[in-house]
Design a protein around this ligand. Structure first.
Ligand SMILES: Nc1ncnc2c1ncn2[C@@H]1O[C@H](COP(=O)(O)OP(=O)(O)OP(=O)(O)O)[C@@H](O)[C@H]1O
Length: 257
């Protein structure tokens, strides 16, 4: 097997906002041709960690390394468009400062949405909107694609389709992918590596390994469990109400379930 090509390496990364210790001692490697999925409850620090990877936030302590010249395509969690502001798909794509129509069309083709070029962004379905957001992230042919909850606002069939599409894009382009998801079961077949984050990394590994954990079966095997609101699993440590580790069970880096 060939050695994976590193795109990004995080070492002992901590992020604090005032006294709020949002990301704790995180080590993370992102590779070419590898899909890594971050899961975790609300407020677990997923978006903050993604912003560290993107270089938008400097960690309070720790090191971030990016492959020199790395190009990153980012699909943010939410799209805020004033409904009174007329905006076609073409104009929206141009906000990425790419004006070449062939480039736009080939990005739209990659997400099977070339027919939407002249449509209004306001008239798109949830799934179409996410595809256009994905196309925008693809415009610069990134080596790393970072997707913050790419299937939000999409019905269940559309979610499966979008995850399949992300898998196809990785296969065709060989790019690395880092995405945030709220549903391990749906994302399982389209990911290589899962990281469960609750401010620190609770556990990580191949999706089969993570999903065979009884606590994950409890968590993901039931309808409505997607929200993580009642998130709990059998840690080798406990959390206080802020998600901080209570130290009478020392953290060894990986959860042992
Ligand atoms: N710029 C900021 N300044 C202060 N606090 C912040 C900032 N960004 C995030 N936080 C806080 O950090 C914590 C983690 O937020 P983050 O958005 O990273 O979590 P998340 O896991 O992505 O949550 P969700 O699943 O709800 O999107 C939250 O308590 C949030 O309020």
């Amino acid at each position: 097997m060939s050695t994976p090509v590193d795109l990004v390496r995080l070492r002992d990364v901590n992020v604090q906002f005032g006294t709020n210790h949002v990301v704790q001692n995180v080590n993370l490697d992102l590779h070419k041709d590898c899909i890594t999925t971050l899961i975790g409850p609300n407020g677990a620090g997923k978006t903050t960690l993604v912003r560290v990877v993107l270089g938008l936030i400097k960690p309070t302590t720790g090191n971030v390394w990016q492959q020199p010249g790395l190009s990153i395509g980012y699909m943010p969690q939410k799209l805020h468009i004033d409904r009174t502001f007329p905006l076609t798909v073409k104009r929206f794509l141009q906000t990425a400062r790419i004006r070449n129509e062939d480039t736009m069309i080939s990005a739209l083709e990659a997400v099977s949405a070339e027919h939407l070029l002249t449509h209004s962004m306001h008239d798109l379905s949830g799934g179409e909107t996410q595809r256009i957001m994905l196309a925008r992230a693809l415009l610069r042919e990134p080596q790393l694609l970072v997707l913050d909850e790419p299937v939000q606002g999409v019905d269940i069939n559309g979610q499966v389709e979008l995850y399949n599409l992300i898998g196809q894009i990785r296969k065709q382009r060989g790019c690395g992918v880092l995405m945030i998801s709220h549903d391990l079961h749906l994302v399982m077949s389209s990911t290589d590596h899962v990281i469960c984050l609750n401010r620190h990394i609770c556990c990580s590994g191949h999706p089969e390994h993570v999903s065979n954990d009884p606590s994950f079966i409890d968590l993901f095997g039931q309808q409505g469990a997607n929200s993580f609101a009642l998130y709990s699993h059998h840690h080798n440590h406990s959390h206080d109400t802020h998600g901080d580790v209570i130290t009478d069970h020392p953290q060894t880096g990986e959860c042992k379930h």
